[in-house]
Design a protein around this ligand. Structure first.
Ligand SMILES: C[S@@+](CC[C@H](N)C(=O)[O-])C[C@H]1O[C@@H](n2cnc3c(N)ncnc32)[C@H](O)[C@@H]1O
Length: 270
């Protein structure tokens, strides 16, 4: 296996247990169990009606959004390369009684692992940064779609991903694109949900994908772009200075210059 993928998978395998334990309430597990769901206003508004659709959720983590779609009447399949994530997703499906298939696979292998007859391929919030080859991702997603099917992607904006917060200022910190063979390397002692449990597999690798590369990859996969939006909000505190501006939604503080924090796109297979 690719050493970068192996390192990332070891890290995600370890994070899952901490995320499912949910000591900080970062994840909406209780909300899902209580009959609600974990999808956000952005993706719900942009997707429109989903009931009855065959959906493939790429990089589904432990299945919160996949099962939220199932609650909305979707025929849902979640895919992730982490075996502990897939096991946790199946357990959550049993506990909640929400039915979905869960498949363990690298996202690039999605067509072989999950099939090619989906009405909707969905991926959101912290997914494409883990992938070295955005064209390969788009081609795989396109192959999973039935004719007329739609790819939906929502994630942190590539411009916002160039910054880190230091002393309450956003500082330009990263190149805008990452060569596949020279990823950004990080060593974080803990995961992002605020739980102090130390990680053993600390090393991760990420890639910056410019907006033009993402759009080019989607078009290159033979899809027709039907929506490209930019948003001043994100569903997590990407920068500590961010403040709540809605239900599970955060933005830059009042008075700070506005910039796009998220983007979303839809593309159809004709
Ligand atoms: C930040 S989480 C995505 C969270 C997502 N918003 C959700 O539904 O909860 C990123 C996920 O990508 C998965 N992942 C990373 N690289 C992958 C790859 N190459 N193939 C499949 N899954 C991958 C990780 O295991 C992790 O579950």
């Amino acid at each position: 296996m690719d050493p970068y993928i192996a390192a990332n998978r070891a890290n995600w395998d370890e994070r899952v247990g901490i995320h499912v334990r949910n000591s900080t309430g970062f994840y909406g597990i209780d909300r899902l169990k209580a009959g609600g769901d974990t999808l956000h206003a952005i993706e719900l508004a942009e997707l429109g009606p989903v009931a009855g659709k065959r959906l493939l959720h790429l990089q589904c983590h432990f299945g919160l959004d996949t099962l939220s779609f199932a609650r909305r009447g979707v025929i849902a399949t979640g895919l992730d390369f982490s075996s502990t994530a897939i096991a946790a997703a199946r357990a959550l499906s049993l506990v909640t009684g929400l039915v979905a298939d869960f498949v363990e696979a690298n996202v690039y292998d999605a067509p072989a692992a999950a099939g090619a007859e989906f009405d909707l391929v969905f991926t959101s919030w912290g997914t494409i940064c883990w992938l070295d080859d955005i064209r390969r991702w788009a081609a795989a997603a396109a192959r999973c779609l039935a004719p007329g099917g739609v790819l939906y992607l929502a994630d942190m904006h590539p411009a916002a991903r160039l910054f880190e917060e230091r002393d309450r200022r956003l500082v330009l910190s990263y190149d805008w694109q990452t060569p596949p063979e020279r990823p950004l390397a990080f060593d974080d002692a803990t995961t992002y949900n605020g739980d102090p449990t130390p990680l053993a597999a600390t090393r991760t690798y990420e890639w910056q994908h410019p907006l033009s590369s993402i759009v080019d990859a989607v078009l290159g996969a033979g899809l027709r772009l039907t929506m490209l939006n930019e948003h001043e909000v994100l569903p997590w505190h990407a920068f500590p200075m961010m403040v709540p501006v809605g239900d599970g939604i955060f933005g830059l503080p009042p008075g700070h210059p506005r910039m796009p924090l998220a983007f979303s796109l839809k593309a159809v297979k004709t």
